[in-house]
Design a protein around this ligand. Sequence first.
Ligand code: NDP
Length: 450
Amino acid sequence: MSDIRLKELTLDAILDFIEQRDPGQTSFKQAVHEVMESIIPFIRTNEKYENIGLIERIIEPERVIMFRVPWEDHEGNYRVNRGFRVQFNSALGPYKGGLRFHPSVNLSIIKFLAFEQIFKNSLTGLNLGAGKGGSDFDPKGKTDAEVMRFCQSFVSELYRHISSEKDIPAGDIGVGEKEIGYIYGQYKRLTSRFTGVITGKGVEYGGSTVRPQATGFGLLYFVEEMLNHHEHSMDGKSAVISGSGNVAQYACEKAIAKGVKVISMSDSNGFIYDRDGINTKKLDFIKELKKERNNRIKQYADEFGCDYSEGKPWELKCDIALPCATQNELNETDAENLIENGVMCVAEGANMPCTDAAIKLFQKSRILYAPGKASNAGGVAVSGMEMSQNARRLSWTYEEVDNKLLEVMKSIHEKCVKFGENGDDLNYMKGANIAGFIKVADAMLAQGHV
Ligand code: NDP
């Protein structure tokens, strides 16, 4: 194993190197592919970064923690899940990134998420390193008491690896305000410390205003910047949003506020098609419904009498598509359908929801396409603000945080424009990757070979 070296700075060599060291980590490889495709041509013309050691280090996590999570279910059976925390890169600051509880979680998925997080956190302009964690525990179908016992067991191991100075987790799929509360409670119990060790907390015990809304709102702020930059506006456009969890709900809320007609939301079973558009009252129904993870989006169709189908919503005609559920949920065929139906903008609320082939098709067809590391960075940006408020023991108002979020999203858009120029075209993926890379690479080079 120790003889495996990265021999040259080509995409194929990097992907071969990963396959040899970590066979079968397809999601991680996909994330590295997406980034390196933009970075390699850039470093070819920037000698300072054309450094095999730098690239070898940037694709290797600083630390991988994998642990047993034993817990007891409501029938008294002992159950064991696997817990993960990947502390990928601390060049810019303490490790920062969410926890995901979903049965599909494995090391490859956590590594892909943590790797993406490096560039996303860099783009926010805040001093945040990158990490990600989670477990293959499925909160669906569990009682509250089971979820609490699981979270307590999970933190009983994780607590020794995290702190407000070192590694600050947050939520992700399957980890919302309830789970964050249980995680924080157990951390406090084990350490006797009331610190900002996790973000996404309830506002009454140290959370930030706008954190629940941040990813969804930030996504729409980014979409508005993209459209305005290309002399379009949001008002009167139609949108399809996948997912109906945290990111999707607040993307929908902000879209409605901006005059967009949202005609679809979904879950892992199917999607609704509401020709009249989801209004605030109907969205409140979804928010209430989804407080219980077992509830299905189909119940919206039953309640409001609209269409419901199994599968994914990408055959619907819309101007704006916002994949806000999970990785690889939008493939080449879905992209073909969206393009055929006249989509003008696709912006990722989820992490890596579009496959590589789908992205290529959007770019070839000159659809405005925003990669998640830029367009969904609002969540981590407000998490960074929560950390600042915790450290200074104060609370900013809703307006203050919302304005700061808007400024961060505007500045990320500017960076994408600055580095994404591609002849007479603008490649947001290239812009986000290069802008994110420069800051991290400079910090890594400055800190020596560590
Ligand atoms: P939630 O758990 O709140 O919601 C997830 C939603 O996605 C649910 O509607 C869920 O449906 C659906 N979903 C999950 N897995 C699948 C699947 N395999 N196929 C189809 N639908 C699926 O998670 P979030 O809203 O927090 O996260 C959504 C995405 O946004 C993730 O990719 C996450 O990494 C990303 N993200 C989240 C941030 C945050 O602040 N929360 C920040 C940046 C990115 P069901 O109920 O049926 O499982």
